[in-house]
Write a new protein. Sequence first.
Length: 118
Amino acid sequence: MTQPTIWHNPRCSKSRQTLQLLQDKGFDPVIVDYVNAAPSKAEIIATLDLLGIEAVALMRTGDARFKEAGLTKTDTAGDLVDAMVAQPILIERPVVIYSGKAAIGRPPEAVLEILKDA
């Protein structure tokens, strides 16, 4: 069985809860500490496509670092993706990728939808 991948931040309670949920469902997910091992521009774009959302929806726009970086919700998708590559802490977490699908674990149960066919 293919295992899901989780973009995980161990300091985030929602990320920890989502990881625990995956493990409770019998998965041994590939854990990517995305803050210390930033996803590439291509990986972020591919994940946005899987999620079916705009770049701004994958960002922690309420985080002070978003504003400190001079970013706005109306910046171009390219600028926002570049910002996520440069400062991965701005990526909303956690993101779970599984079997050609992706979900943001907010709430953690939101990832269950992409695991249904497992």
